[in-house]
Design a protein around this ligand. Structure first.
Ligand code: C2E
Ligand code: CA
Ligand code: CA
Length: 560
């Protein structure tokens, strides 16, 4: 791979600014062999060419005395402009006082008029460009030992250079990842893992390039490439995989690619790879797709999520997060009886309006912020139950949702006990819902935590039951008090036989475990009747009520 050769072979651009045509011609003639030249005949034109941004210049040759806008002003503006100040400027002058002034304004060198020998001018230009390019590179390893691709810093620098020299060429940013690489590493050992990384780099480099492309491995099993735009990448993953199978002898290695086509070059280099990586990560584990092209909508979703992350602290401080309560009814007797409730969060955003938990819970689960939010909900719910008990003389048990991260919180037990104490509650007042799939993640860890909580008297409900793929064997060993059947079964039970059979099955499992079942998402009478007939105990769903704010829920307690 000779990527640097490619970068070095690119022609640098020089801007010559002089009001006299003859001067422009002489300089242009000297430099045009080695450089791409652009001309401006006064400072104002020069500034608008510089600010235009379409391809950067590597050097500016600047006359000082010009009509409209003189060279001093141009120099001042360039040095005051964050984006332009990195461009070296050689001033062309014949007077000593002007030299002093332009040095003060940030000129890098001088060419004296009448012009020196052409070789001298050429050499000075070359030297200054070289100096600036070297200066901007961080003195660290240039290449990744394993793959020969650039390290992160160098890659970014070279991306910027390519934009500088071929600013008008449409370019694509590509991010690739090896699916489940850590598993390969564990199964076949590090040595083999390294060979996979090497072979993947080589295959990608030669199939996407090998001309005019630069690549990097910024970390572990991620690859970044910057290359001239192409319409389709469709065939690449399979070709790469075929090569890997052939060279490494491990079948079934899969790669996925995120592509940001015809990048926006006015944004920093990292930005475009963030886009490509976003696309790449979006199809992680999706066995139907290996390529995703970045689109604006993805970015909008991204910006929206960033906004939510940014706003969460304010939401907690301003109490824009509100805990709603949805009743659960026991249907065993003649009349349905209110028996408990579930606390469900709502976000009343001052600008975005009501946001449903589906929009922010998964997001906060993925970045750990969920813990903050859960604590808030537990505190709110506990305080609310306490108030109801005091003011109404009674309350119903309320279950709160727990997230995966909460389970690993060493203070968890203390936290719940503290809430009971602060609000004069007993463990029977506060129930805890844990999603079934959390058990599948770390069964033993969770079982230990759940056992400790149960010893304190808390009751645990297994949420979303039926979607978490726990084995029957595991379920019989897990300590729980209630099974909450996922609403997907209810939704389809009156439509297809299979769902109905599954509802029966869940009810049988619960009977075997001797725990009651809560059916979630029950919306109509037919479902209620059917469930009653099949022996289901408790129902939560729109049939009885949507989740409602605490003021409204009070009416349920009074009636119940
Ligand atoms: P979940 O724990 O399974 O909660 C039940 C969801 O079903 C709630 O949605 C509820 O409004 C909805 N639902 C109840 N009855 C019906 C019905 O008859 N029909 C339909 N179509 N939907 C019904 P919600 O409030 O939007 O919450 C969605 C999920 O967000 C919850 O699923 C839970 O996983 C999560 N969530 C909500 N609040 C919290 C919270 O405070 N902490 C945590 N960690 N997660 C929460
Ligand atoms: Ca729940
Ligand atoms: Ca649920």
């Amino acid at each position: 791979m000779n990527e640097l050769g490619y970068i070095e072979s690119l022609k640098r651009r020089i801007l010559i600014v002089d009001d006299e045509e003859i001067n422009r011609e002489i300089l242009g003639h000297i430099l045009e062999q080695n450089y791409e030249i652009a001309y401006a005949d006064n400072g104002e034109t020069a500034m608008s060419m510089l600010e235009d941004g379409g391809g950067r210049f590597s050097l500016i040759l600047l006359d000082l005395l010009m009509p409209v806008m003189d060279g001093f002003t141009v120099l001042e503006r360039i040095r005051g402009n964050e984006r332009l100040t990195g461009i070296p400027v050689i001033v062309m002058t014949s007077e000593k006082p002007a030299e002093v002034r332009s040095i003060k304004l940030g000129a890098d060198d001088f060419i004296t008029k009448p012009y020196d020998m052409p070789e001298v001018i050429l050499a000075r230009c070359e030297r200054i460009i070289q100096l600036y390019e070297d200066k901007s590179i961080i003195r660290s390893a240039e290449k990744d030992d394993l793959t020969g691709l650039y390290t992160r810093e160098f890659f970014q620098e070279y991306v910027t250079r390519i934009d500088t020299y071929v600013g008008n060429r449409p370019m694509d940013a590509v991010v690739c990842n090896i699916e489940h690489f850590h598993m390969l590493n564990e199964m076949y050992g590090r040595k083999k893992g390294d060979r996979v990384l090497q072979a993947t780099a080589a295959a990608l480099f030669s199939l996407l390039g090998p001309e005019d492309i630069i690549g990097s491995r910024p970390d572990a099993d991620y690859y970044y490439f910057y290359l001239p735009h192409r319409d389709s990448y469709e065939e690449i993953p399979e070709l790469v995989q075929a090569r890997l199978a052939e060279r490494i002898g491990i079948p079934g290695i899969r790669i996925r690619m995120g592509i940001y086509q015809t990048v926006n070059k006015t944004r920093p280099a990292e930005h475009r790879f963030d886009h490509a990586k976003l696309a790449c990560d979006r199809i992680r584990g999706d066995y139907t797709r290996q390529i995703l092209v970045y689109s604006r909508e993805m970015n909008e979703r991204d910006l929206y999520e960033e906004r939510l992350i940014h706003d969460i602290d304010a939401a907690i401080a301003n109490r824009d997060l509100i805990v709603y309560y949805q009743p659960k009814y026991n249907i065993r007797g003649e009349e349905p009886q209110l028996c408990s409730a579930e606390a469900l969060i709502r976000w009343r955003h001052p600008e975005l309006g009501m946001i449903s938990p589906g929009d922010f819970i998964p997001l906060f689960e993925s970045n750990g912020l969920i813990q903050k939010l859960d604590h808030y909900v537990w505190e709110e719910a506990a305080a609310q139950i306490g108030r109801w008990k005091k003011e109404l003389g009674r309350a119903v048990p309320v279950s709160v949702n727990m997230s995966r991260v909460d389970i690993y919180d060493p203070e968890l037990e203390q936290r719940f006990l503290g809430l009971l104490q602060e609000n004069d509650l007993t463990p029977a007042d506060l129930m805890l819902e844990v999603t079934e799939s959390a058990y599948a993640d770390d069964a033993q860890g969770l079982i230990d935590v759940v056992n400790r909580l149960r010893e304190q008297g808390f009751r645990i409900e297994m949420d979303d039951f039926g979607t978490g793929y726990s084995s029957l064997n595991m379920i019989t060993t897990i300590p729980i008090d209630v099974l909450k059947m996922d609403m997907i079964f209810i939704r389809n039970m009156n439509r297809d036989e299979k769902s109905l059979r599954l509802v029966e099955l869940v009810l049988e499992i619960a009977e075997f475990l001797k725990v009651p079942v809560v059916a979630e998402g029950v919306e109509d009478k037919a479902q209620v009747e059917q469930l009653r007939k099949m022996g289901c105990d408790i129902i939560q769903g729109y049939y009885f009520s949507k989740p409602v704010p605490p003021e409204e829920f009070e009416a349920f307690i009074r009636k119940g």
